[in-house]
Design a protein around this ligand. Structure first.
Ligand code: GLU
Length: 263
């Protein structure tokens, strides 16, 4: 009897040691358990990018490719694709939300870069796209070279500015950048003439295309999107990667890309 009591005490103390590691987020396995205990996966998504992550003002529902992928991850961890809590992020807020633990994952047109990989885990890419240029038709620009001396609107903390500067250096042109908190603000600045061009990844731009604007043929700096998690959540990163690998293998990812009309 005494002996089994001692064994029980030991088991309990091992259990508590495990729990405190989960609290620190220093081990991966506990982080999956934390999500299971909570019963919901917290995902940061975009709400202003048609086809990727977009809140339909009519229905109030957030929909898109990245929402569908996040649902598959919730299904894998919690057995139910609806056990997901989404919160709106911007290019600037998505990293800090992972740091603070307010989001388990970020599925928000997040380009995988060497720099960002130092701070976060990124999954295998689920889509690739090049940076593009949205301009007013009336401006008569034919290519990036024509934007010499012009103003370009970009999102804060996005990869666009660096990509555009590198390309400008190659072409020997000078451009000026204005940074905005969200994509609708950049589009408004283009419409009002505050900027001459709105630049970000091309398929994001296509969600903002209208009768008065066009996307120039230039494409550069390939962007590969990955689902990001906090650096210490290694087990979660593994599950995310497995889910994406499964979706690629089964053809589900291609099906979703087609469903959302993404090229
Ligand atoms: N994909 C780019 C990035 O991660 C631009 C779009 C965005 O910021 O969401 O920086």
């Amino acid at each position: 009897m005494k002996k089994s009591m001692a064994a029980l005490m030991l088991a309990v103390s091992v259990l508590f040691t495990g729990c405190s590691a989960a609290g620190n987020g220093s081990k991966g396995v506990e982080d999956i358990q934390k999500i299971k205990d909570r019963g919901v996966l917290k995902v940061g998504v975009k709400v202003d990018i048609p086809k990727y992550g977009y809140k339909d003002p009519k229905t109030g529902k957030i929909e898109g490719l990245e929402i569908d992928i996040a649902k598959q991850i919730a299904k894998k961890i919690l057995g139910d694709e609806n056990k997901i809590e989404m919160q709106a992020v911007t290019s600037k807020t998505r990293g800090p939300l992972l740091d603070s633990g307010e989001a388990d994952l970020i599925a928000a047109t997040f380009t995988i870069t060497e720099e960002r990989k130092k701070s976060y885990n990124f999954s295998e890419p689920y889509i690739k796209d090049g940076v593009g240029l949205l301009v007013k038709k009336s401006a008569g620009f034919k290519s990036y070279k024509d934007l010499d001396g012009k103003k370009i609107g970009v999102a804060q903390s996005a990869t666009s500015k660096k990509a555009l500067q590198e390309e400008a250096n190659k072409l020997g042109i000078k451009v000026q950048f204005l940074e905005f908190g969200s994509f609708p603000e950049i589009k408004a600045a283009l419409d009002s003439g505050r900027v001459d061009c709105f630049s970000v990844d091309t398929s994001i731009l296509s969600g903002y295309l209208d009768d008065n604007t066009e996307i120039l043929p230039d494409r550069f700096s390939l962007q590969e999107y990955g689902i990001a998690s906090k650096k210490t959540n290694t087990e979660l990163a593994k599950v995310v990667n497995e889910t994406i690998a499964d979706m690629k293998k089964s053809g589900e990812l291609d099906k979703l890309i087609k469903k959302w009309g993404i090229n």
